[in-house]
Design a protein around this ligand. Structure first.
Ligand code: PRX
Length: 645
């Protein structure tokens, strides 16, 4: 590992930082040696509880039973909004920057309180009660945050669905969690293009008979269809309702939200997070990973439809009383300088984005970066996928002017918050490594036989100790929770990722070990894309794998076998691409479709994806043993006609 560059913590940063390396070591050790005491202390410091807990953690990984702060009571919205009113009512809670660079808005904590209360009263007026599920399908406008917080205020469980998902995906998520209310907008805007959210909702709801209310935020004022007994005009109604709404006092283990994410098999699963543990973990990680100081302007570029948007645009920063920037647009609109212009415009100190955006902007040349001063920046972060050292170096030198540490944060929808990460005042950086565990996190690497590996090693990344932000179940399917995360390595949480640990104890994520793809930081199941492709009557079979893609990290490569008698054509390729877009969303569109007269299968009929992945990646010298295939000759055809060479 000696050839790996290390960037030591800079003294200038450290002198201002909340935590230095010595404090990290001491706090980390305490969090591992005595987690109950550590978490109880942090819970007292960071969160307002209406009633204290009887026990800190009750966890049994063998049964997948996880609960934190049993007996405690709190309200997450109170923690994110009301408790800041006494001293910080006039502080900016949200800076909203629209897709159109001319449009932005600041919302103080006092205004946030008023908006959220009115929204909560509207939900109540439509019959929403504690425990009810509410689907949120919104553009990146402040109202998405008001809607989430309004649910939390009255104890309703939100399920945010990314605005880029299709009506079909929206429908299946509404049905799975039995939402009776949907919150949407007439349209969203992204990169100057309109996204027909209300139309999509109308389409989805044709098959959701139990939805009795659609709350519509009129944003672009486009012409939309209106179902009078079902559709509610948010602006009109909210204005008539009280700007005060009492909070519902919740048990720490009451559900806070459901968020769907892709797995290696079947349809996306509803990851369930609960109130007490989640908000504590979101708050503490936001505070220490982003070295939060009171006057910081903090910007996470994610969408509210992903876990990063939940934990690090809204819940974590707002719990800490921060100023958080909500961005509607895309990095390249109106041009590739947008991020850096927004940083200058709002004097952003902390900037958190995805490697795929960094790679895309790197390809545009540094003139876009250099047009902005970026002098407010103090700290940079990345999330969602491995960052290649080249992109890391560009981010560090060109964007951060060698002044700003980079926190490469590894975590998952399931983990609720960041698990592996540098702390910027404490951890020497190595480009491409998510470095070390956060407080309370005990990672381990396992070999194929289920033994824990020591020292320098590569293996399956697991956690042997619970943390408060861990998911509690798959909504409606606890068995799936057990099978997916706790059955491979008894007594451990299995992340699905592989990792390497170097001689300094730093972790290097090597990627998913299952059939989950990570395309531009978006998580997709190969099975979902295959199911969409085989819906077409000409398609007999489909197999989808990932392959290395310069910008997206991974691209989607689909092998498609047609029904006998059907002929391949470019037109059919386009139809299939469109079908995937309709079924899932544009993010899942195959980059490559290769016609496959046959797929490599074992004699028992199992598709050998390992071979398909190698062909898609053009790694032909190491195909492995093909002699167990039912018909080894199909491989020759696939190699011959491969798209990537
Ligand atoms: O494979 C890992 C990758 O993203 C997966 C989790 O995806 P999702 O649940 O959508 O959450 C993304 C945002 C937290 C992980 O299993 N991943 C996430 N962060 C990193 C990463 N891979 C490498 N380095 C990271 N920093």
């Amino acid at each position: 590992m000696s050839d790996v560059k290390t960037y030591p913590v800079k003294t200038e940063f450290q002198s201002q930082a909340l935590i230095d390396n010595k404090t990290y070591q001491t706090m980390y050790q305490a969090s591992i040696d005595n987690p109950e005491q550590f978490w109880a202390e942090q819970a007292e410091k960071l969160i307002h509880w209406d009633q204290k807990w009887q026990s800190v953690m009750d966890v049994d990984y063998r049964e997948a039973k996880i609960s934190w702060f049993n007996g405690a009571k709190l309200n997450v919205c109170y923690n994110c909004v009301d408790r800041h009113l006494e001293n910080n009512a006039d502080k900016t809670a949200i800076i909203w920057e629209g897709d159109d660079p001319e449009i932005s808005e600041s919302i103080t904590y006092r205004e946030l309180h008023e908006k959220v209360c009115r929204f909560a009263n509207l939900l109540k007026a439509r019959g929403v009660k504690k425990g009810d599920r509410v689907c949120i399908y919104m553009p990146m406008i402040p109202e998405v945050g008001y809607a989430m917080l309004a649910c939390a205020r009255i104890g309703a469980v939100h399920s945010v669905v990314f605005g880029g998902f299709s009506p079909e995906s929206l429908k299946s998520r509404i049905l799975d969690s039995d939402c009776k209310v949907v919150i949407t907008a007439d349209e969203g805007l992204r990169g100057g293009k309109k996204v027909p959210l209300k139309d999509n909702t109308d389409t989805a709801l044709k098959h959701c008979p139990d939805v009795h209310t659609v709350i519509v935020v009129k944003y672009t004022h486009a012409k939309i269809n209106w179902t009078p007994e079902r559709d509610v005009d948010y602006q009109q109604q909210a204005a008539t309702l009280s700007s005060e709404c009492p909070v519902e006092i919740m048990d720490a283990e009451d559900p806070l939200f459901i968020l769907y994410t892709s797995g290696s098999t079947g349809k996306p699963k509803g990851v369930l997070h609960t109130c007490g543990g989640y908000i504590l973990y979101a708050a503490i990680t936001h505070k220490y990973v982003f070295d939060h100081h009171d006057n910081d302007v903090y910007w996470c570029t994610a969408d509210a439809g992903w876990i990063t948007g939940h934990s690090y645009i809204f819940y974590g920063p707002l719990a800490n009383g921060a100023t958080t920037l909500v961005f509607e647009g895309v990095p390249t609109y109106p041009d590739a300088g947008r991020f850096w212009q927004v940083i200058d415009k709002h004097k952003v100190n902390t900037f958190y984005t995805a490697p795929t955006a960094i790679r895309a902007l790197m390809g545009q040349g540094e003139q876009f970066v250099k047009q902005a001063s970026r002098s407010s920046l103090r700290l940079l972060g990345t999330v969602g996928e491995p960052i290649n050292p080249e992109a890391w170096e560009w981010y560090y030198h060109t964007v951060g002017d060698e002044r700003c540490p980079i926190v490469d944060t590894w975590w998952q929808t399931e983990t609720g918050g960041i698990l592996l990460t540098p702390l910027p005042g404490a951890t020497d950086l190595k480009p491409g490594s998510a470095t070390r565990p956060f407080f309370g996190i005990k990672p381990a690497l396992m070999d194929a036989d289920g033994n824990e590996l020591e020292g320098e090693a590569s293996g399956a990344l697991v956690m042997s100790q619970s943390w408060p932000g861990q998911m509690r179940t798959v909504y409606g399917d606890h068995q799936r929770f057990i099978d997916t995360y706790f059955s491979q390595y008894k007594g451990y949480y299995f992340s699905g990722d592989g990792a390497r640990r170097d001689a300094d104890g730093y972790y290097w994520i090597t990627g998913r070990m299952d059939d989950v793809l990570n395309v531009s930081g978006h998580r997709l199941g190969t099975a979902e894309i295959e199911s969409a492709l085989v819906l077409h009557e000409d398609v007999a079979e489909a197999a989808v794998v990932g392959y290395p893609h310069d910008i997206k990290g991974q691209g989607v490569y689909a092998y498609v076998t047609l029904m006998s008698g059907q002929s391949p054509s470019d037109e059919l390729k386009q139809t299939l691409t469109k079908l995937v877009s309709q079924e899932i969303g544009a993010i899942a569109k195959p980059d490559v479709i290769q016609w496959a007269p046959g797929l490599p299968k074992t004699r028992s009929g199992k598709i050998m994806r390992r071979i398909l992945r190698k062909i898609a990646s053009n790694e032909l010298d190491n195909l492995g043993d093909t002699s167990t295939l039912a018909d080894p000759s199909v491989v020759d055809d696939l190699i011959e006609n491969r798209a990537n060479r």
